[in-house]
Design a protein around this ligand. Sequence first.
Ligand SMILES: *Cc1c(COP(=O)(O)O)cnc(C)c1O
Length: 412
Amino acid sequence: MKFNTALLHKNYESDPLTGATVTPIYQSSAFSHESPEKLEKIFNNKAPGFAYSRISNPTVDSFERRIASLESGIGAVACSSGMAAVTMSLLNILKTGDEIIAGSGLFGGTIDLFGDLKAFGIKANFVKRVCNDEIEPFITEKTKAIFAELIGNPALDIVDIERVSELAHKHKIPLIIDSTTATPCLIHPIDYGADIVVHSTSKYINGGGNAISGIIIDSGNFMWDENRYEFIGEYKKYGKFAYLAKLRNGIWRNIGCCLSPVNAFLNTIGLETMGLRMERLCDNALQLAEYLDTFEDIDVNYPMMKKSPYYPLAQKLFKGKGGAILTIRAGSKERAFRLMNNLKLPLIATNIGDVRTLVIHPASTIYAHSSEEQKINAEVYNDTIRISIGIEDIEDLKEDFRQAIEKLREEN
Ligand SMILES: *Cc1c(COP(=O)(O)O)cnc(C)c1O
């Protein structure tokens, strides 16, 4: 099945009860059963079925199964937010004294989270670029995960996932990839060696900016070594499903960061048109990047522009697509703000993956609490504007940016 067909048909089922073509919103906290024997079986994973929506729910289950198959995983667990997915993907395997290695250009929320984990005795070692030369010196017996974003947001650096996964596996460490900005449309990270994939499904999978949510997908490929990951003992009987079984029966359900049925429904609706949206978004992003590059006083960063150092990797990994985020530098914070004020169509908002074009000044918002060094590592400068492209007609976007930049010059 090709991608757009898979979005509609892979693991798709009309509602078994009614034939409804869209999986209905099962907005119920609990599910009743004909006997205590049946509920006992469901509780002990001895029979399929639903008991309580914090643990599983038919609408959420359908969303999970569709994303898992789309990403070539063996299963998925949906979460209340992308941050919950990132947190749970790690806490499922980490304990006090463990370390992780991560890119310093991560999403701001994830950087903040790694700061919070210090209180639990978990240390993150940051590398400026997620590449083997920089990762290897940090690898010790304590290293229990390598965490990276495939396309850094907003640095837009790209990880050579095949090489990094080779190194990780050589040291028996799982590679966890946040693939939010790359989306299943550009790449299936599991095919390139990722062990666990997380998405903030609030972004391109939902696609309409109407629900916060996240998901964790397990490849089932990682060999959890009992000596390094003690938890595995108890879950060994689940074979390649050990990680997912631990997650579902352990920290994920006990912390209670489940996805609501309504949000799962909204995501499923969005999912089905992701292919069409991403085609348009990537096309718009490239066209706007090339257009803005013709202005002398604007510096553009987009991986699919030939001048980007990541152009060859983007070509190789993403089938010629570059994603839907670009950044520009306007010369100063003051000029960046004025440019944003001059724009008529883009909304000034902290989100990506909406149908509308959004702009933000990361240094004064998402990175407001970061150190100067953290900002530089994430390529967040005082004059950086992040553009999350929308599906508007590109002529209108070009025209809007043209008038905004020209007005900026007149004001000087
Ligand atoms: C938005 C985002 C997150 C966090 O997701 P939420 O749904 O906002 O909690 C994590 N990683 C990346 C790359 C993101 O863009």
